[in-house]
Design a protein around this ligand. Sequence first.
Ligand code: HEM
Ligand code: SF4
Length: 563
Amino acid sequence: MYQYDQYDHLIVRERIAQYRDQVQRRIAGELTEEEFLPLRLQNGLYMQRHAYMLRIAVPYGLLASKQMRMFAHIARKYDRGYGHFTTRQNIQFNWVELEQTPDILADLASVEMHAIQTSGNCIRNVTADEFAGVAADEIVDPRPYAEVLRQWSTFHPEFIALPRKFKVAINGALEDRAAIAVHDIGLTAVKNEAGEIGFKVMVGGGMGRTPILGSVIREFLPREHLLTYTEAIMRVYNQYGRRDNKYKARIKILLKAIGVEEFARQVEEEWADLKGNAETLTLEEMERIIAYFQPHAYATLPAIDPLADHADNKAFANWLKRNVKPHKVPGYAAVVLSLKKTGVPPGDATAEQMDFMADLADRYSFGELRVTHEQNIVLADVEQRQLFQLWQEAKAHGLATPNIGLLTDMICCPGGDFCSLANAKSIPIAAAIAERFDHIDFLHDIGDLELNMSGCINACGHHHVGHIGILGVDKDGSEWYQVSIGGAQGNQSAIGKIIGPSFSAQQMPEVIDRLLQVYLRERTPEERFVDTAQRLGIAPFKEFVYATPIETAGRLVGEDEYA
Ligand code: HEM
Ligand code: SF4
């Protein structure tokens, strides 16, 4: 993985010193909260409902075991013993004290990490496929390109005060595992007829108040032009993006206003001036960065069936089926450690679990881990012959729930329990649903189902692209939930459609149950929930869900636990 050079070390160190001084001045009352606000946001520090929250960047989700151990240390020393992995492949600590934040950043710097660009109107953490480098369907490893973009965008003077935040995702494989269609810029690797590698460039995707899928503005961008072309896009956006209205400031609104073709024309015009300049990537520069992402020293192993010696172990079989993914090198597999155990807020890990995951990485996966945008952790390089042992260990630490891609593998933002922008809670709803469907055979029978939930329209929980999406809304001061179906991420991205009037928190598990009943009745043998929903449209689901009133049961599971 990439390692800091002298410049990285220097800029991070200087930033911490500067921030330490700002915090001291705030505490001494020399800075007002209003003056301090942009300074703290530049360092990833938000104000939540109850406390400060620190968001730390995990570039393209890749972590060394010592970095994961540092998260454990931070959770233990400065927080309440846990952290929250997010859809942007970052981690958030929800209970930090202002005066300690410079020390946290100094601790992070010691393992080459920081919180720069995790907030504010700049280019944010670049995200990528969590199976980068090991997936069999990969055209090119996207991480060196994500790294080039990271280096280029960090403190880029022209793009630190954009009209709004800016998110870039990059995918190197045939299957999109980085949700590129819902990013401001989504890049996917393609090969042209001459066998050269380049990127298909998508712009203007995003969720929030106005969910829009990105539009392709260039089918093939030779990879050496990655920076100059991105710069051209950023310039057009920086110049014409609306600064008068925060809700209309994202690039997606600009594209909608002037049209994709006109936007693409302006980008090409801007690019004509930039193309071939000093920021054009040279082969030497790319090779220098690619060298940090070389494949590990894999052993020569036969491909085996890990179940062969454990044929009657159903629990292990379930785990293999859901949590273990193919690897391009024979004899290896990629393992997803589930952070979605029933009773735990999705994406949360305790300090003990973080230390343990770091240990697993050291013992089984070349000391590396990846954070997924679905809020799980991946060990990408595990020998197949060690899977059984790894499974037993992970199980003992609550990290082997065999539910990857299933209903209980929900994406869920912190919602009203933490976030000051929330209209409604989301974690207790996730808990109530997980509790109601906590039956592994039933979940496996339902099959692939992405349930995504956000506590407000900002869509941190990606509800628009959930096969089932739940959105917390405020009606006359009380919390309600709007349900959509048919959304999807990946190659077949789609925005879900709302099925009708919203529901109370207590009604939500029954709503999900009714949606599933329609699916089970209507599905063809190979259909996933989303396929049935897209084929039939919302009508039959809507009809059944609203056919009879849903009794409001008693207390929500988890309501008190997460208050
Ligand atoms: C205290 C916690 C948080 C605050 C204050 C916060 C704030 C916001 C705001 C204001 C937006 C809307 C931006 C816009 O108008 O486009 C947003 C969007 C977003 N946030 Fe958060 N967020 C928080 C936690 C999270 C968490 C936990 C996640 C991941 C699970 C997350 C991931 C995202 C994503 C992916 C979007 C993007 C939607 C889009 O594509 O436009 N955020 N957040
Ligand atoms: S979706 Fe809304 S409630 Fe949830 S974390 Fe984002 S801003 Fe907060």
